[in-house]
Design a protein around this ligand. Structure first.
Ligand code: NAP
Ligand code: ZN
Ligand code: ZN
Length: 348
């Protein structure tokens, strides 16, 4: 066992502070990764503040991890020392249920082991995430980072990237489709980039008109202000697909109005009760409201390879770990352009 430095929260109301956590010794298929960069996801905040139900403390967040392999267990075949790799939201699953067998580990029927706050079957207690010096992960849950990508910007692909990629693929978004991405934060900005790269006509749907120029630079063809009723009406019944990244429960009806017959709005943001949905609006045009959670490991590798081929990277603001509490406040205020990444050198 190795003790490493980390940043974590010891209660729902405390700031993150430096602490020490244990990493297990390498067993057969384990890979030890020196963490170079870790992205900051809004889920880190929801979890640490027990907004999704009581968390197990301390919470050491971080599920957008990139780093270098520094050691491998005797059974490891896919990776070697020095490889650039990533770890996302999961570090294990049962690998036997129908979901796991289909490469949908995130929907594991026995519960995937999340990167932080999951049940740690090796050391007992719960898992600790990437706001730390290093991590030990089974190779089956490690992905390869394409060499051509700027490593300092890759981390957010491991959650924001795959969470937006998976629904675009699942609902078969293709060239020419009119896609609306709702909420321009970490997920939203990746949603724009990926939908644009798939050839869609992308409309950024935001409350913040001051983000309009940025949205276009990110690849949006149009910006729609969700608070402008007239503009919303002009787009009624016109979208082929909506991706909703709003992080809290909200009124879905204005967005449902935007959808064409037989199309889907995938909820990826609000993992909590949503406000009223008018059944008539779904019934009258056979509209679907669905949910989507991250993506499987194979699909995560597919997304990384796609980003490698098209040189797609998030727009990041680099911070030192010592500034994490301030960064979290900015995420909550929707004041992030468009993902914070922690330079983990600052923890050494
Ligand atoms: P984020 O950076 O905070 O972005 C969310 C964006 O939503 C904001 O920038 C803002 O955009 C908009 N927004 C915020 N509050 C709003 C409100 N009250 N009403 C309407 N719009 C609002 O968050 P993120 O990291 O992208 O994550 C988004 C959500 O997805 C979080 O809840 C996170 O936990 C969840 N998540 C889910 C999965 C999954 O697997 N499904 C994976 C990762 C994250 P505008 O200023 O443009 O309006
Ligand atoms: Zn996340
Ligand atoms: Zn399973």
């Amino acid at each position: 066992m190795e003790t490493v430095k980390a940043y974590g929260a010891s209660s729902a109301t405390s700031d993150l502070e430096m602490m020490h956590i244990d990493r297990r010794d390498l067993t057969g298929n384990d890979v030890q990764i020196d963490i170079l960069y870790c992205g900051v996801c809004h889920s880190d905040i929801h979890t640490a503040r027990s907004e999704w139900g009581p968390a197990s403390y301390p919470v050491v967040p971080g599920h957008e991890i990139v780093g270098k392999v520094i050691a491998t267990g005797p059974g490891v075949t896919a990776f070697k020392e020095g490889d650039l790799v990533g770890v996302g939201c999961m570090v294990d699953s049962c690998r036997e249920c129908s979901a796991c067998r289909e490469g949908l580990e995130q929907y594991c029927e026995n519960g995937a082991v999340m990167t932080y706050g999951g049940k740690d079957k090796h050391l007992g207690g719960h898992t600790f995430g990437g706001y730390s010096q290093n991590i030990v992960v089974d190779e089956a849950f490690v992905v390869r980072v394409p060499e051509n990508l700027d490593i300092a910007r890759v981390a957010p692909l491991l959650c924001a990237g795959i969470t937006t990629w998976s629904p675009l693929r699942h609902w078969n978004v293709k060239k020419g489709d009119k896609v609306g991405v709702i909420g321009l934060g970490g997920l939203g900005h990746m949603g724009i980039k990926l939908a644009h790269a798939l050839g869609a006509y992308v409309v950024m749907i935001t409350r913040s008109m001051d983000k309009a120029e940025d949205a276009k630079a990110l690849g949006a063809d149009e910006v729609l202000l969700s608070t402008d009723e007239k503009a919303m009406q002009k787009h009624a019944n016109s979208f082929d697909f909506l991706m909703n990244t709003i992080p809290v429960g909200h009124d879905l009806n204005p967005y449902i109005s935007l959808m064409k017959r037989d199309t889907t709005m995938a909820i990826v943001g609000a993992i909590e009760p949503l406000k009223s949905v008018h059944g008539g609006m779904l019934v009258s045009k056979r509209k679907n409201i669905a949910g989507s959670m991250i993506g499987g490991i194979e699909e995560t590798q597919e997304m990384l390879d796609f980003c490698g081929e098209h040189n797609i990277l998030p727009d990041v603001e680099m911070i030192d770990i010592q500034n994490i509490n301030e960064a979290w406040e900015r995420v909550v205020r929707a004041d992030v352009k468009y993902r914070f990444v922690i330079d983990m050198k600052s923890l050494q």
